[in-house]
Design a protein around this ligand. Sequence first.
Ligand code: ZN
Length: 448
Amino acid sequence: MFINYQLGILIVIGGNRCEIEVEMKILFKNVKTLLYDSNYYISVRDVLIKDNIIEKIGCVEEDVDRIIDGENKLLIPGLINLHTHIYMTIFRNIADDLPFSEWLFEKILPLEDHLTEEDSYYASLLGIMEMLSTGTTCFNDMYVFTNATSKAVYESGIRAVLGRGLVGEQKYNGADRRINEVLQEMKLWEGKSPLMTFAWAPHAAYTCSQEYLRSISEFSKDKIIHTHMSESENENKDIINKYGIRPSKYYEDAGILTDRTILAHCVDLNAEDIERIKYAGSSIVSCPVSNLKLGNGIANIPKLMSEGINICLGTDGPASNNTLNMFKEIQFMSLIHKGVHKCADIVTASDTIKFATQNGAKALGFNKIGLIEEGYSADLVLLNLDEPGNQPTNNLVSALAYTMNGSQVHLTMVSGKILYDDGQFCTIDSEKVYKEIKRIIEKYKEII
Ligand SMILES: [Zn+2]
């Protein structure tokens, strides 16, 4: 069945009745709400959604199209996953317990050679399902196939910033296939949905020459630049051995260290790197689970916090995590720095929730996303508290970081539209996606 989520229609997908709310008034009634006023706090409120905006927070007595009972529920801003490779859902759990270079060059890149646009489309839909069902409403992706991920994002109604991963050696001369694909994709998709924006995504210092990066810098203008930097000590050593400078200097000289730049990982930074990032106003997205799993180390988040750098949170791809579940990431981020620095309050639950919401929105240039406030976009997640592991509700800010695991997500709304409701996906035919993934994975079983 063709689905157009931008029209207000009632559809039946896979035998499940699911309502797509468009241009409606929806009221979350008497719901525990995560609010922010220099610190996070919880208050029981009515939250009125009109069209795609949080219209009113307080006591609301007016006719609406749907009332959602907030009894034993917690309403939070949607989580923002700031670094993903969503198509990698297809490679989940097939290249584990390997060092980074072996994982990337000997396993993942050869597998990617066999990816098709259709594989990437269904893998992207699967990733979006995982994100919606674990409370993510926006993701910043670096992918391989243009159009496949864009199509999945458009059909699903999730919010995304999309960047085709770029690797290259030469200055752009009109013939670079990957850059041309990006230009075509932007022409095709930009303006089709306000929920989709496009970034320039050079892969890394070790896969892009400075000449190539300079061309990307010229193209990027006011767009986000999304890239990997200093993911491991070995990566830094290789760049220093080859060029005599650190990756941050390599990026700075090529013109891609800007206040629109999002740097994934930054596990191995020295004082000089931190100064450059701070001066440029770039954001850092930490991916603690992926960094731990690939044996790459732990970013010095407390130091970066003390320097006032905008720190965000991401899962990385599901081949190195192995989930897109931001609750897992929040928990690791909240715990590991306490252990490393032997200090229990060095990165708090509140800090990490901020990384996963407000800071992600700031990095992407979204002014009215990441908080529950009147006038903000209605990107919201409703969590179920009516289960043994979440009772009693002594401190729900702590519970978000230390108790919950994403299975509590009851409803996910993006820009005022309900996309996930009590176990049902409103815009994705989940049964078809599972079936197609099962079919596609047979091909990779023969290759591995
Ligand atoms: Zn990555």
